[in-house]
Design a protein around this ligand. Structure first.
Ligand code: AGP
Length: 621
């Protein structure tokens, strides 16, 4: 997820573009850059790795002259290519006449990159975005739409697969920007009274200047000039856009209108999961990115260890069920802080999967180092491109959840589950425990889950009401079986870290071995139940657990599949979820537990984004 802004109008573009980037740094801070069109038909470009302040320091040196009233800016969350100066946007064509900024992932950038190299053009970065700059120049200079920047952009967009918001400026086309979007956000800021226009990833970039905005539909292209905007479809459809008035204040705009970043990130989960899964099946099977472990190496794996901490550990516990079921490989999931002290049995045929949102967690990093000293191969599942854990791993599969600002992991957790399911399918394919058609079927099923998560998000009002009702409870227990057990653990962790309330997750079968002594009158107990259709035996055991605790006075909060009328009579609160396959249940069942914890914390008046005593990345052991 990156921050994008463009400006055309009577004012100097640079300060407006920098101000817009400042308001979008939460969208990415791996690098920042600007391109400003000068009156002498040149583009002044400045780019710098790291936070925006690094770019501002570079600009302050005066090394690069940036006068002009048309410009674009970008703050990056790295996906393809590490967070370096050379990979910073804007990216230009070989003649420096066109500058392009991009938010998203172009799935077919590799063949397009080869096409450009075959044409004798030397690329100067590792990014997918630079490919667009060269394609756009080729179209503009000698394509069917030669000399027509909008027409050239439309022709390029028709060749791209994946998710993209693109904004381009040409040194020879004054006072004009062209932008286009597919599966990635783009809004226009209209300030007609001042004869100026903005284009951006979200309204936070320009609401200090105008609250009149226009959102664009799928596959739309827009031409921006000081006089206004013109929308068209680049894929043959009708123009699709909607004008609206923004009534958020600036702070709310950075949170997309939500009260906290965590609220926004819970809502972003369908996109985070979809962006993580997108493009990982190419017809010949599962394609992992930055995979430096070939299928032949995956085939020799005879044991899997998952090492991680906190929510990432819970993602690993979920993955254990799927990977063992799909590959018949033994999977151990170990807390990274325990891993090396237990001196685990590792060898060249052990695959260690290190899951980390930040890629900087010291416990997990030390576990990775220990594993490699034992000659095991390490695959990192990480949300932060260029961080330390991927750098020290043999292979990397990036989640594409975008920056997660809230300390409590939400969209990163769901993206981790989706990513490690991809690893499981890749292992099953390499080992032959799944035929290609089965891998494709399971990938398609997984790819339907973002829609199920989106549907779940529309069913959360009862959960918010429940959170307010039980906000004063002393404790809450969470029960689950099979993949519902790690979901119970994750729900308990959310409640602990957000509402500072005692919460504990149990495997429901363990209840009778001690924890049932905790049950007392009025104690809220969340029970994550499986579908009666896909796991009838487990479902009946959970039903028995529910009746046992209710008989002892517990207030039962039952998470169940929509229409499951067998558990309803025993639920003091029934929270229904869309029906999904058994192994996919964590992707929908975790959502109400995130919402519940956030609502209880809100009712208690706590800062949901910055819980006490916690940091987003724990870089000490
Ligand atoms: C989860 O809500 C917490 N923020 C925390 O447990 C986190 O998952 C853990 O510290 C691991 O962080 P990582 O994924 O960045 O390695």
């Amino acid at each position: 997820m990156c921050g994008i802004i463009g400006y055309v109008g009577p004012r100097q573009a640079l300060p407006l573009v920098l101000d817009g980037l400042r308001r979008m740094e939460y969208r990415g801070y791996d690098s920042a850059g600007v391109a400003i069109q000068s009156e002498e038909a040149t583009l002044g470009v400045a780019r710098k790795a790291g936070v925006l302040a690094n770019l501002e320091a570079l600009i302050d040196t005066g090394e690069v002259a940036l006068p002009g009233s048309t410009g674009i800016g970008h703050t990056r969350w790295a996906t393809h290519g590490g967070p370096t100066d050379r990979n910073a946007h804007p990216h230009r064509d070989s003649h420096g006449k066109i500058a392009v900024i991009h938010n998203g992932i172009i799935e077919n950038f590799a063949p397009l990159r080869r096409e450009i190299e075959d044409a004798g053009i030397e690329l100067t970065s590792d990014t997918d975005t630079e490919v667009v700059a060269h394609l756009l120049a080729a179209e503009y200079n000698s394509g069917q739409a030669a000399g027509d920047l909008p027409g050239s952009m439309a022709a390029v967009c028709r060749r791209l697969l994946g998710a993209f918001t693109l904004v381009a400026v040409h040194a020879d086309v004054p006072d004009l920007l062209v932008a286009a979007r597919r599966n990635s956000p783009l809004v226009i800021g209209v300030n007609s009274g001042e004869g100026e226009m903005f284009v951006a990833s979200d309204v936070a970039a320009f609401i200090a200047h105008t609250r009149e905005a226009v959102e664009l539909g799928q596959d739309q292209l827009v031409v921006i000039t000081p006089q206004g905007y013109e929308v068209s479809s680049f894929s043959g459809g009708e123009p699709d856009y909607r004008e609206f008035h923004v009534d958020w204040d600036t702070d709310a705009a950075e949170k997309g209108g939500f009260e906290y970043f965590m609220d926004k990130e819970i809502a972003e989960q369908p996109d985070a999961l979809a962006n993580t899964l997108r493009g990982h099946f190419d017809g010949t099977g599962i394609v992992l990115d930055e995979q430096r472990l070939g299928e032949d190496e995956l085939r020799t794996v005879d044991k899997v260890f998952v090492v991680s901490c906190g929510s990432s550990y819970h993602a690993g516990l979920v993955a254990k069920y799927a990977i063992e079921h799909w590959t018949r490989l033994p999977v151990e999931v170990e807390l990274a802080s325990e891993f090396r002290y237990r001196d685990p049995v590792l060898d060249r045929d052990t695959l260690v999967i290190a899951i980390s949102q930040s890629g900087e967690t010291a416990d997990t990093l030390e576990a990775v180092r220990h594993a490699r000293r034992q000659r095991a191969r390490v695959l990192a599942v990480c949300n932060t491109n260029g961080s330390q854990i991927p750098r020290e791993s043999d292979a990397v599969l990036y989640t594409h959840a975008g920056p997660e600002i809230g300390v409590a992991s939400t969209k990163a957790f769901l993206a981790q589950v989706g990513a490690i399911y991809l690893v499981g399918l890749a292992l099953a394919q390499a080992r032959g425990t799944k035929y290609l058609d089965e891998v494709e079927r399971d990938y398609r099923t997984l790819s339907e889950m973002p829609a199920a998560v989106a549907e779940t998000l529309t069913m959360m009002d009862p959960v918010r009401a429940l959170g307010r009702e039980i906000a004063d409870s002393k404790a809450v227990l969470f029960l689950g079986r099979h993949v519902g057990y790690p979901v119970a653990l994750e729900g308990a962790l959310k409640l602990k870290e957000l509402a500072y309330m005692h919460a504990e997750g149990f495997a429901a079968g363990e209840l009778k071995h001690g924890p049932i002594a905790l049950i007392e009158e009025g104690l809220p107990v969340v029970v994550v139940t499986p579908s009666p259709k896909s796991q009838p035996v487990l479902h009946s055991k959970l039903l028995s657990n529910i009746r046992e605790i209710q008989a002892r006075g517990a207030r039962t909060i039952v998470i169940a599949e929509e229409g499951d009328d067998t558990v309803a009579p025993f639920a003091d609160w029934l929270i229904e979820l869309p029906r999904v396959p058994a192994l996919m249940q964590p992707l929908v069942a975790t959502v109400p537990l995130q919402v519940l914890a956030a609502e209880i914390a809100r009712a208690r008046g706590y800062d949901i984004d910055k819980p006490r005593n916690l940091a987003k990345s724990v870089t000490v052991e």
